[in-house]
Design a protein around this ligand. Structure first.
Ligand code: UT7
Length: 333
């Protein structure tokens, strides 16, 4: 029997309507459009304003989009993974809620938490269920309502993050398309630089934690930048090396959208032309688990069967990695 790879066979996405522009942020904190644009590449980000709607709301919309655009039924989906840093609730599984509400009534489901690398890890994990031969259809949703954990008085973080969700369907492929290889890493000594102090088991919520703003994301940007820029480039070069790929062989870099300067450094290290680098940071900012599937969503009509894609991500923890995938779909148009 030929080798079974996990191929992406459908893509969906959702971004909220409300645009938080750099101009609006200038009115909220001491910042400028010029600073945000030159330091990060971001012009605007989307914010989920619907009352009572959390991460699952966007994840469900992303899967509905996938179902509609690719004519996919989900009642035979085996597994739904939701990669997120902002689950609807601390205990009840967001993935379970998504699975039930999209009609994946025969699936099991769970959340996966690896900060900004969550979707990449989810893609890798989902692929293993397919490669093992045990399961045939796995949905991986990457979704975050970052606005629920951001302090809109902290200019160091509020200019960066946005809300959004994407989803991919993984299915077996015996023609060599799909996930080829991956390099996944983590280093727990980095957690001091990017974290939420309270609300977990170390420092449960109290009146004091609320008053001290300890439920919001805290990031020491420069420290994270240093690790991200080195490590994202390193793993991307590593995966190319061990698969004998040069910059000419790679058709697309699918990089986590945290900072345009980190993305450019990674592309340089890979010897890639600018036009092979997927980008939407200018429009959505950093949607954490949403960045990678939303790139696929935005670029899906430009991808050709057989294209070599290198995914790369870096996030809190620290967590990081890269993944090599051969695109399995012909363009729809
Ligand atoms: O996605 C998960 C992983 N996260 C990342 O990869 C993020 C990595 N880090 C970064 O992308 C960048 O570090 C930031 C975009 C967060 C910050 O850019 P930076 O060039 O590292 O700025 P900085 O933190 O070193 O701050 C430089 C200056 C400081 O002022 P002084 O001390 O030089 O007077 C900051 O106070 O810029 C100031 N600053 C701002 N000024 C205007 C910080 N935030 C702002 C702001 N507007 N929003």
């Amino acid at each position: 029997m030929s080798k079974v790879n996990a191929a992406i066979t459908a893509v969906g996405g959702y971004i909220p309507d409300f645009r938080l522009t750099n101009k609006l942020l200038e009115e909220m904190v001491d910042t400028t459009d010029e600073w945000i644009t030159t330091r990060t590449g971001i012009k605007e980000r989307r914010i989920l304003k619907e009352e009572g709607a959390g991460t699952s709301f966007m994840g469900i919309k992303a899967v509905e989009d996938l179902k509609k655009n690719y004519g996919v039924e989900v009642d035979d989906v085996d597994l739904v993974i939701c990669s997120t840093a902002t689950p609807d609730m601390p205990v009840a599984s967001t993935a379970a809620y998504i699975a039930t509400n999209i009609g994946a009534s025969n699936a099991f489901s769970y959340d996966l938490m690896a900060a900004c690398s969550g979707f990449l890890y989810g893609l890798s994990t989902g692929a293993k269920f397919i490669e093992s031969g045990r399961y045939k259809k796995v949905l991986v949703v990457g979704a975050d309502k970052m606005s629920s954990i951001i302090n809109y008085e902290d200019r160091a973080t509020c200019v960066i993050f946005g809300d959004g969700a994407g989803a991919v369907l993984l299915e077996p492929n015996e023609e060599g398309y799909g996930v080829q290889d991956e390099v996944l890493r983590s280093d727990g000594s980095g957690r001091q630089f990017l974290k939420i102090d309270a609300g977990g088991s170390i420092l449960p919520a109290s009146q004091e934690t609320v008053e001290l703003n300890k439920h919001y994301v805290h990031q020491e940007g420069q420290q994270v930048f240093k690790f991200a820029v080195t490590n994202m480039a390193e793993v991307s070069a590593q995966i190319m090396d061990r698969n004998n790929l040069t910059g000419d062989d790679v058709d697309w870099l699918v990089p986590h959208q945290a900072n345009l300067r980190i993305i450019n450094a990674t592309a340089n290290r890979m010897n890639l032309d600018e036009d092979k680098v997927m980008l939407n940071i200018q429009r959505y900012g950093n949607t954490t688990n949403g960045t990678l599937p939303l790139l696929l969503w935005d670029y899906q009509d430009r991808l050709k069967k057989g294209d070599n894609l290198i995914f790369a991500a870096f996030g809190g923890g620290f967590t990081w990695g890269s993944l090599y995938l051969k695109w399995a779909l012909n363009p729809k148009n």
